[in-house]
Design a protein around this ligand. Structure first.
Ligand SMILES: Cc1cc2nc3c(=O)[nH]c(=O)nc-3n(C[C@H](O)[C@H](O)[C@H](O)COP(=O)(O)O)c2cc1C
Length: 198
């Protein structure tokens, strides 16, 4: 993507600046994060809406230097590990996929939808705190489940790298040119008044 950032991130309609300002860089500075900063991200996620207010989202987090950080980083695919292990924190996003009903665990079909909302809140809160949060689906599920002792009936969704935005020059060469905000589909491509039909 060679277009200047100002040309590829333009809102078609009036919207709060945070929605265009949040994006997913891969370069981090060496700066560490305090536990309280991570807790604020999780606090934002906690207030997401969910079906029947079941709040199925679950998070395991670790700061760089923690043994758990290394375990979670080891579950990332090599492409992601190369940059994400420099983040200040890694947050594993999971959900409880079932709900207890009449003494039996039954499927909660909204667990993924609701947990996606919670991750979105977390990402926007990171942006508001002057941090960057970059979600990754590229990880080994079995390794990561073991790393975080994932309970039964729980599902992994993503690992999120969080930290202070660094210089693109610190990235492996192949990633430097990709360190720019991305564009979006046109509003007319993703929405319609009345029905999806022409
Ligand atoms: C569920 C999910 C999985 C993703 N997986 C990866 C990944 O494995 N590696 C990566 O570099 N980026 C990953 N991304 C980042 C997306 O590529 C990025 O969010 C998307 O291109 C939009 O860009 P933006 O977040 O900068 O607006 C993922 C994002 C999400 C939400």
């Amino acid at each position: 993507m060679n277009a200047p950032v100002k040309d590829i991130r333009v809102a078609e309609q009036p919207v709060d600046a945070q929605f265009l300002g949040r994006w997913s860089p891969r370069a981090f500075t060496d700066a560490t994060l305090g536990e309280g900063e991570v807790q604020s991200l999780l606090e934002a996620a906690r207030w997401a809406p969910s079906a029947s207010n079941l709040q199925p989202w679950r998070f395991v987090w670790a700061l760089r230097g923690d043994a758990a950080f290394a375990r979670i980083a080891d579950g990332l695919v090599p492409f992601n590990k190369a940059w994400a292990e420099k983040a200040a924190a890694l947050i594993v996003v999971a959900s409880k996929a079932t709900v207890l009903k009449e003494e039996a665990e039954v499927a909660n079909s909204f667990h993924a939808f609701d947990t996606g909302t919670a991750w979105g809140y977390l990402a926007l809160q990171a942006h508001l705190q002057g941090l960057v949060a970059h979600a990754m689906g590229g990880f080994d599920h079995a390794k990561t489940a073991e790393a975080v002792a994932l309970p039964a009936n729980h599902v992994l969704h993503a690992v999120v790298a969080v930290g202070h935005r660094g210089d693109a020059a610190s990235l492996p060469e192949g990633l430097r040119a990709r360190e720019v905000p991305s564009p979006r589909l046109a509003l007319a491509e993703i929405s319609a008044r009345g029905s999806f039909g022409a």
